[in-house]
Design a protein around this ligand. Structure first.
Ligand code: A3P
Length: 314
């Protein structure tokens, strides 16, 4: 019976529209997003089986938008009473993706469920496809977005390094064309962002929508905002003792990139940790985009985000 069910599931997956992945073989258009083939069954399991607790915190993002950074900050903020020493902090010996595992990879069996509470999870699954129990619970969701220009460049570089895609690495022109059509792991990027954006407006106590660029501009302010949203506000004494600054420093790109734990080794069985730390610069896209690409992507952003109130400085 189980075998028969698996067969039905495989048949269903094979009937979906398919495109090549950027770094992972095959993307299937599943529930209106381009789901990597290796994660469809897992997203299904997540939707059906995941039991959210009201105290859970979900760090959601479109790939390459600053997930690693937000996972580190969230972990440091909510666990600061347990790990007040910044010299001996778990983030110095574990990668943020190990401390805040992605639910999709938990269901693939690559990582364990977190055991300490509040449980922190990451996810790239779009808002409408999150598990029913998340929708029904009072758990908090923090979403990080990034301007689509820099996200494209970051994704090009990242997926180009992953060797799971058996075809040759995508050329810049091909990748750009796919990106403009929304075809990328967990894309389209516009509907991904808009799903969380709209929910953050409808339910501001449930979903906090952040921008990578705002974190770069004023990390202290954003950390304070995240802590308040999550129900872990900083006390005056903590502020006087520069706890916010210490968290920002601990999670800074320079600090994290140069930690031994992030320089080698893999997570989720196949992703090199060092690939998650590249340049962390704003407007790096200017080094790659032709005037044609700039104009085309600007128009798409304008058209897709029109009327939503969401915009990005480029
Ligand atoms: P670049 O490729 O532009 O350098 P994600 O974590 O969602 O995969 O996003 C990766 C992007 O975030 C990469 O951008 C990476 O360098 C950047 N990044 C990783 N850790 C960071 C940190 N601590 N602070 C700021 N940016 C960080």
């Amino acid at each position: 019976m189980e075998g028969q069910q698996a067969n039905e599931e495989d048949k269903f997956i094979l009937s979906l529209p398919r495109e090549r992945g950027w770094g992972i073989p095959d993307l299937y258009l599943f529930q209106e997003f381009w789901c990597p083939s290796i994660l469809i069954k897992e997203v299904n399991l997540f939707q059906k089986d995941f039991e959210a607790k009201d105290s859970d915190i979900i760090v959601a993002s479109f790939p390459k938008s600053g997930t690693t950074w937000l996972k580190a900050l969230t972990f440091a903020i909510v666990n600061r009473q347990c790990f007040s020493s910044f010299e001996n902090h778990p983030l110095l010996s574990s990668n943020p993706h190990e401390l805040v595992p992605a639910v999709e990879f938990i269901y693939r069996g690559d990582v364990q469920f977190p055991t300490i509470e509040p449980r922190l999870f990451g996810t790239h699954t779009p808002f409408p496809s999150l598990s029913k129990s998340i929708m029904e619970s009072n758990c908090k969701i923090i979403y990080i977005s990034r301007n689509p220009f820099d996200t494209f460049v970051s994704a090009m570089s990242f997926f180009g390094k992953i060797k799971l895609e058996p075809l040759s690495t995508l050329k810049m022109e091909e990748a750009f064309e796919m990106y403009c059509n929304g075809i990328i792991e967990f894309g389209p990027w516009w509907s991904h962002m808009l799903g969380f954006w709209k929910e953050s407006i409808a339910k501001p106590n449930r979903v906090l929508f952040l921008k990578y660029e705002d974190l770069k501009e004023d990390a202290n302010f954003q950390v304070k905002k995240i802590a308040e949203f999550l129900g872990f506000p900083f006390t005056q004494e903590e502020e006087n003792n520069n706890v916010i600054e210490s968290i920002v420093k601990l999670c800074s790109f320079e600090k994290m990139k140069n930690l031994e734990v992030n320089k080698s080794g893999i997570i989720y069985q196949f992703l090199e940790k060092k690939y998650f730390f590249r340049k962390a610069e704003m407007r790096d896209w200017e080094n790659y985009f032709s005037p044609f690409m700039r104009e085309k992507l600007s128009k798409i952003i304008e058209e897709k985000l029109d009327g939503s109130g969401l915009s990005f400085m480029i």
